[in-house]
Design a binder for this molecule. Structure first.
Ligand SMILES: Cc1cc2nc3c(=O)[nH]c(=O)nc-3n(C[C@H](O)[C@H](O)[C@H](O)COP(=O)(O)OP(=O)(O)OC[C@H]3O[C@@H](n4cnc5c(N)ncnc54)[C@H](O)[C@@H]3O)c2cc1C
Length: 399
């Protein structure tokens, strides 16, 4: 797997001057940068490294941005621009650090949005200080993009619920302390027959031992529920309201996936610039060639266009939340554009940076090589690019 590689230069903070951000966002980003730069974690074992990142992010106070102030959070409500800046900066330094951060937010987002006060006090404070690891369990072997096809069942018992079925591709599977699990409570109801539950990792009948190995560091597992009993108060939010809850949670985090891609793209550009300035060939440096300058120009423009879409989507959501009114425009389409453009553009930028490194680009241990693997799954999870295109296309047709 990948080792941690220190960046050749700190990321530029020029984007913080954009009007999308407030002074609190600028202060957050400026405080985070030196902290992120000082962290050194051995990432050869992704499960151990992820646990360690959660601990350090908790100790550093950064996980407090994953929950609202009423549960020990840094800000009154989840703030998309803060999430975006955190993920962009963390991903620049370490995609695994970004992953560890993001999953605390995504895995507990449903509890923030719909948890009872007992559920919020049992889980959110521990998420914010890094003592509990969270996970979000929606996907199944035969229900990925098509969430409504899920087959996991939750059946009411005398004193609670029984879960039977299988979830797969679950981030933090096997290391999480609890899972927000979605299951059918009304099998004929499609997406209207799904309810969310909080399932502790220690629940009898839950098996998280089947780890999935992917091309980049990322703790993943399948979850098997075999007569898994949970108490009545494990139900999260409304009965049969689970699909809406999952989508509301994903809506908050979609722009932040774009930000993670942006951080990786910015890092690839920094690596490319550093390499081009130092690599000597034909009596000059690689950076002296116009072909190189054109590539760097293209990479910078791809990154900036992704950044503007990402910051716009985050700003639109925060602005609507602040006013308690509908967003100025189609928020889902804006978030979809950000996710699609940032993940696709970052993939192109990373590929160009790798090409510029020549043979070094494919050598295991070179940063662009690991970024090439790290970026790939972002075009698939939390809605594949094609799903984002459909959301945008429908919005365009609606006018
Ligand atoms: C690294 C990683 C981490 C993940 N973490 C989690 C997690 O924590 N929790 C969780 O619940 N899930 C998680 N997932 C699952 C992820 O959300 C799904 O992989 C994703 O929703 C796609 O589902 P699928 O893999 O079943 O692909 P499918 O749904 O089978 O789709 C395959 C491909 O079909 C295309 N496609 C999809 N819809 C359409 C369409 N309407 N028209 C045309 N083409 C289409 C896309 O290219 C897509 O990639 C993770 C996945 C990965 C890879």
């Amino acid at each position: 797997m990948s080792a941690f590689v220190a960046p050749p230069a700190p990321p530029s903070v020029a984007h913080l001057a954009l009007p999308f951000f407030g002074d609190e966002h600028r202060a957050l980003a400026n405080d985070l940068l030196p902290w992120a730069d000082a962290q050194r974690i051995d990432e050869h074992d992704d499960r151990a490294a992820c646990r360690e990142w959660v601990r350090q992010l908790g100790d550093g106070g950064w996980l407090r941005y994953c929950v609202p102030a009423s549960s020990g959070g840094a800000l009154e409500k989840l703030d998309s621009r803060a999430l975006v800046l955190l993920r962009e900066t963390l991903a620049y330094h370490s995609p695994l650090a970004d992953f560890a951060f993001a999953m605390q937010g995504l895995g507990s987002g449903c509890i923030t949005l719909a948890g009872s006060s007992a559920q919020q006090s049992d889980y959110l404070t521990a998420v914010a200080n890094g003592t509990k690891i969270a996970a979000f369990a929606l996907s199944e072997p035969d229900a990925g993009s098509d969430v409504g096809a899920m087959a996991t069942r939750a059946t009411a018992t005398l004193d609670g619920w029984q879960l039977d079925g299988e979830k797969t591709w679950i981030s933090n599977g096997g290391i999480a302390d609890f899972y927000c699990v979605f299951a059918k409570t009304e099998p004929a109801g499609g997406t209207r027959g799904i309810t969310a539950f909080i399932v502790d990792a220690t629940a009898a009948g839950l098996d998280t031992s089947e780890h999935i190995h992917v091309m980049a560091p990322h703790p993943l597992a399948s979850l098997k529920f075999d007569g898994c009993r949970v108490p009545r108060d494990a139900q999260l939010g409304e009965l049969n309201g689970g699909f809406k809850l999952a989508m509301r949670t994903l809506d908050i985090f979609r722009a932040s996936v774009a930000a993670a891609a942006l951080g990786m793209g910015r890092r690839a550009l920094a690596e490319a610039v550093h390499h081009a300035k130092h690599r000597k060939m034909f009596g000059q440096t690689l950076a002296d060639f116009q072909l190189t300058q054109a590539k760097l120009g293209e990479m910078a423009a791809l990154i900036d266009s992704a950044a503007l879409l990402t910051y716009r989507a985050a700003w639109m959501r925060d602005d609507a939340e602040r006013r308690g009114a509908p967003a100025v425009g189609d928020l889902s389409a804006a978030a979809a554009m950000a996710k699609m453009a940032a993940t696709e553009n970052a993939s192109r930028v990373i590929d160009m940076a790798l090409q510029m490194h020549g043979g070094l680009g494919v050598k295991v241990g070179t940063k662009v090589e690991s970024l090439y693997r790290d970026i790939r799954s972002l075009r698939i999870y939390e809605g594949a690019t094609e799903v984002q295109q459909l959301i945008i296309g429908k919005s365009v047709l609606k006018g």
